[in-house]
Design a protein around this ligand. Structure first.
Ligand SMILES: Cc1cc2nc3c(=O)[nH]c(=O)nc-3n(C[C@H](O)[C@H](O)[C@H](O)COP(=O)(O)OP(=O)(O)OC[C@H]3O[C@@H](n4cnc5c(N)ncnc54)[C@H](O)[C@@H]3O)c2cc1C
Length: 435
């Protein structure tokens, strides 16, 4: 059974900062490993982002996952090692078996709680944390962290051990707590009203870590050209490519949505990091309307016919988009394929097959589902998520330089890294756990 410290100010075996998906998991697994665990959270209630996720239903997991579903600017070998520490099947079984939250699979492969209630996920995690002896303090935003020499403890042989190095944390309300191992799971900068205000990066930096510049990812994009806004509400399948220096560096097909301010939908969110990330300025996003199912446009237009172009294109695309593309090609709304000279036909084909999306930034962290960049994977040990910079520190979740694509991959990352960091932190404190 885990042992609480004599006083609230510790030293605790493990303090976890941030009661989001990764932090709840870290606290739970550290508690189950026998450590005394304190979980500190800015918000009055934990798991704010879980409760609003997945359109209010929480897309807990994908039904299949591979390292290619994630992005890091660090080592893919480290990414692979971390992901393989807990298989998707095991995570799913953990939700159904351990937490009592069975998941259902939807047609697109996403897994949701069977009753579509994200509160079940939070409740399941909180009940399990409670059973594992975890103490949770809400409204305790950690403002500062410092290295601290901890008083020696009685050793196994009855003598006193040498002093240990641990951490002291200063939290809102003047609370100061000490711990032997520290897990930072403070998220990134996305949806800051849920508590993830980016301060966790400052805490990690104060302990010696560096930071890959954060940027909004999985985020709707803004358009420089107001004319696309006329299509607000139109949605269709599209293949979006990211091109840099004349080369396509990424391509994805999915549902595309025009908005009043620009572009959204799963395929835009998934590709947005190419526009908002470090190489965004040098990257062009190109859309093939209709995706792989679209016809070969050039032969179709060459075959001609007496019907107006807009009617012809509307057989394959939403009518409003067809009209907009014909106008963008400088053609009259009543123009027919037979009216096109070669140059105009090719201009229209280019707009249909590789239409450049005029991007003027993104909707920002207020709308971004995750934050790209973060603490570099090179600065953590992948088997334990222990810091290579600050001994005794572990890092988990979105604050690391890894993002997943839409579909439950970001929660998968949070669950897997939270468990790994929590267990390793507890075992790091373990030589003296029984002392
Ligand atoms: C609208 C929206 C919908 C989403 N839907 C999905 C989805 O359906 N499926 C999916 O896989 N992903 C989804 N995501 C992404 C997913 O929510 C995140 O990837 C995941 O929550 C990250 O978990 P985390 O624990 O690392 O960070 P967070 O969930 O952000 O948790 C960090 C916690 O740390 C606390 N904290 C921060 N700083 C401090 C501090 N200094 N002191 C104390 N506490 C602190 C915060 O208050 C917060 O509770 C969605 C994101 C958003 C914004």
């Amino acid at each position: 059974m885990n042992r609480r410290p004599a006083a609230d100010d510790g030293p605790w075996d493990v303090v976890v900062v941030g009661a989001g998906a990764a932090g709840l998991m870290a606290a739970l697994f550290a508690g189950r490993a026998g450590a005394s665990v304190l979980l500190l959270e800015t918000r009055p209630r934990p798991g704010a982002k879980i409760r609003v996720s997945g359109g209010g239903r929480c897309n807990v997991l994908p039904s299949a996952a591979a390292p290619a579903d994630f992005h890091t600017s660090g080592s893919t070998a480290s990414l692979r090692k971390i992901l393989s520490s807990w298989s998707l099947a095991q995570v799913r079984e953990f939700f159904a078996g351990d937490l009592g939250v069975p998941l259902k699979r939807e047609a697109d492969g996403k897994l949701f709680p069977r009753d579509d209630d994200p509160r079940r996920v939070v409740r399941g995690l909180l009940d399990a944390c409670r059973a594992a002896g975890v103490s949770l303090w809400g409204e305790r935003r950690v403002a500062r962290v410092a290295l601290r020499e901890l008083p020696p403890r009685a050793g196994r042989g009855g003598g006193r051990d040498a002093p240990e190095r641990g951490f002291a944390l200063m939290a809102a309300g003047g609370a100061t707590v000490a711990c032997r191992r520290l897990v930072l799971a403070t998220g990134g900068l996305s949806l800051p009203q849920t508590g993830s205000d980016g301060h966790g990066y400052a805490l990690a930096r104060s302990l010696g870590h560096s930071l890959m510049t954060p940027y909004p990812a999985l985020v709707p994009l803004l358009s420089t050209d107001r004319r696309w806004a006329e299509l607000a509400g139109v949605s269709l399948t599209a293949t979006v490519s990211a091109a840099r220096g004349g080369k396509v560096v990424a391509r994805r097909q999915g549902s595309f949505l025009f908005t009043h301010r620009g572009f959204s939908g799963p395929v835009v969110l998934d590709m947005s990091r190419h526009a908002t990330g470090p190489e965004g300025e040098a990257t062009r996003l190109l859309a093939r309307w209709g995706g792989a199912a679209a016809p070969a446009w050039d032969p179709l237009l060459r075959r001609g016919g007496a019907r107006p172009l807009v009617a012809l294109l509307s057989e394959h695309l939403p009518r409003r988009l067809a009209g907009r593309l014909v106008a963008a090609a400088g053609l009259d709304a009543r123009a027919r394929p037979a009216d096109l000279d070669r140059a105009r036909r090719l201009a229209l084909v280019a707009l249909l097959e590789a239409c450049e999306l005029p991007i003027a930034g993104s909707e920002g962290y207020g709308k971004a589902e995750v934050t790209g960049g973060g603490i570099p994977l090179a600065e953590i040990e992948p088997r334990t998520l222990a810091s290579r910079v600050a001994p005794g520190l572990h890092l988990a979740g979105e604050m690391l330089d890894v993002t997943g694509r839409i579909g439950g991959f970001n929660f998968l990352w949070a669950w897997v890294t939270g468990r790994l960091a929590g267990e390793a932190a507890a075992h790091g404190a373990a030589p003296r756990l029984g002392g």
